[in-house]
Design a protein around this ligand. Structure first.
Ligand code: TNX
Length: 552
């Protein structure tokens, strides 16, 4: 690359513009190779060897895959390359093409890793799994000029890929992001856009917080009131809607206005209500989209607290049948409701893990409820905390009978939990949670609010603190470390009413988390990360991401 008038200019482009070559050529040969090869991949790969020369993607290029299972990956790659280049690259089965995707069970890169080799003659992405191939595609996207992410034709860009050899394997398998479309709703398109960026930075899990007190976002066929009633609300009645609009006004910030757009409102009894929900068909569509990109979806139906959206429309779920949260766990009818909802969730989401929630339960209603007290007696448990843990274990049995594994917020540890449950460590001030869970044999996903709450305000230190902080507690033994599944960022949306505000809160810090979760600790280096991150600002912008400016 050359820098002319502050712009990066590809030499071949200058050739094609017939600009005098003589002075240029001498300059080019004096240029250090590193200037020509731009390898700025986030998360940092395990091993990168930059070579001489580059591959140029031309209009007649081709894509091949060696195994039928890779066909969706090849189509995804073509789809990603098409809008900006204008090339509709032909795909074929085989091993001869400019870009070859090769499934090879002997590949040493591990379950999710990949090897990528780019030479002037072509590109080979090799992996032992579909997921590895997709991660190779993410790296290839990042090796291309950032304009590759444009949605429109970029006729003046030369699509150069620096010659390089990459070997890459993730450190943690769980590299998650949690989104809360309950407090504020995100449409199918917005959700897909988010998944698409997640894939570019090799996130593997999308924790989808579909249910909470402020709304119910998932069609459940057996209980239609959940979405008919709790799918929408009068924004004038909802504290967080009023609060966001107030902030928007005070700060003159349009990103904070609760969007009363046609795709998230309905007229109901003369009131323009705000909300939305995902039909099961829409969920299937999102699952398909995520699957192609190597992302698992982890749905959450949060019980027994955070459940007003359910108790409101089916008051018999609550202790006094008065429609108050939490769900009464003394009543078999309530337990059956939970099982029936989970059953539809199990059938819809073809994954191993489902989230039960279990956080912040106000157990005081259980204290006064004869059914809950009877349950305590019958089950021989000590108190309401143990009653919750009885509930969690009862549900976990049901999960397991249906071939699913349970995850819950770290409150599920209170009152005891089975070894097979996985814990989301979120209370960063309860530093003993990780110690306790791993000593007890429970796997843990790290998302302490001290680092991983992307709804929390940011200042100029937030990014560095996240990158350099010890998300993995330093007091764990090697045995305990094996129980750390990985980490995730949580995007709670009480104060995030729009996609633009979500992007502003999440980017670019999600890229720091991506590297924390993928790259080995010994290879994480802030001074090397930051310059690489700077190169991603344009890429994110090109993708339409409304990120927080780095120097703000
Ligand atoms: C705590 S984290 C909650 C959420 C809120 C969040 C706001 C967790 C398990 N519960 O319900 O949205 O704080 O940051």
């Amino acid at each position: 690359m050359l820098y002319l008038c502050g712009e990066k200019v590809n030499i071949l482009f200058l050739y094609s513009m017939k600009i005098s070559k003589a002075p240029l050529l001498s300059f080019i040969f004096l240029m250090p190779l590193s200037l020509m090869a731009e390898v700025n991949i986030i998360p940092q790969p395990t091993r990168v060897v930059e070579k001489e020369g580059s591959f140029i993607l031309k209009p007649n290029a081709t894509i091949a895959y060696n195994d039928k299972s890779l066909q969706p990956a090849a189509a995804y790659l073509r789809e990603k390359l098409c809008p900006a280049t204008g090339y509709n690259l032909p795909i074929s089965k085989g091993k001869k093409a400019d870009i070859v995707l090769s499934l090879n069970t002997q590949c040493q890169a591990g379950a999710e890793g990949y090897n990528l080799t780019a030479t002037p003659n072509g590109i080979l992405i090799e992996a032992a799994s579909y997921r590895g191939i997709v991660h190779g595609i993410a790296s290839l996207r990042q090796l291309l000029p950032y304009q590759i992410e444009k949605a429109t034709l970029q006729p003046y860009v030369i699509w150069t890929v620096p010659a390089v050899e990459i070997e890459d394997t993730p450190n943690f398998e769980w590299r998650g992001m949690m989104l809360d479309p309950v407090r504020h709703f995100f449409t199918v398109e917005e959700t897909k856009r988010f998944l698409d960026v997640m894939a570019l930075y090799k996130f593997s899990k999308f924790h989808w917080h579909l249910v909470d007190s402020q709304g119910w976002r998932l069609e459940i066929k057996q209980y239609p009131l959940l979405t008919d009633d709790s799918g929408f609300r009068n924004p004038a009645d909802e504290h967080w809607d009023r609060r966001c609009n107030e902030i928007a006004k005070n700060d003159n910030n349009p990103r904070m206005i609760v969007p009363m757009t046609a795709d998230r409102t309905r007229m109901h009894n003369g009131i323009l209500e705000y909300g939305g929900f995902y039909t099961q068909d829409e969920v299937k569509d999102i699952i398909e989209f995520a699957l192609v990109r190597g992302i698992d979806i982890v749905p959450e139906f949060d019980v027994p607290g955070h459940s007003y959206a359910a108790t409101k429309c089916y008051p018999w779920l609550s202790c006094n049948k008065d429609g108050r949260d939490p769900i009464c766990v003394g009543k078999d009818t309530s337990l059956n409701f939970c099982r029936n909802v989970y059953k539809e969730i199990f059938e819809l989401f073809p994954y191993e893990y489902v989230e039960i929630g279990g956080d912040e339960v106000n157990r005081s209603a259980w204290k006064k409820c004869p059914d809950c007290q009877q349950r305590i007696k019958d089950q021989g448990v000590k108190d309401e905390a143990e009653l919750q843990s009885w509930f969690t274990c009862t549900m976990e049995k049901y999960f397991n009978e249906n071939g699913k594994k349970l995850i819950g917020w770290d409150e599920i540890l209170e009152g005891g939990v089975s070894k097979s449950a996985t814990v989301n460590w979120w209370r960063g001030d309860h530093t003993n949670v990780v110690q306790r869970s791993t000593t007890g044999g429970n796997e843990v996903i790290l998302c302490p609010f001290t680092f991983c709450y992307f709804d929390y305000a940011q200042d100029n230190n937030t990014l560095k603190n996240l990158y350099t902080g010890d998300i993995v507690p330093t007091d764990l033994s090697a045995e305990q470390l094996k129980l750390i599944k990985g980490m995730q960022g949580n995007i709670w949306c009480e104060r995030i009413p729009t996609e633009a505000q979500m992007q502003y809160m999440v980017f670019p810090r999600a890229l720091a988390l991506a590297e924390k979760a993928w790259t080995k600790n010994s290879q994480q280096n802030w001074d090397k990360f930051y310059p690489r991150l700077l190169k991603h600002v344009d890429r994110l912008k090109t993708m339409g991401i409304d990120q927080r400016p780095l120097e703000e």
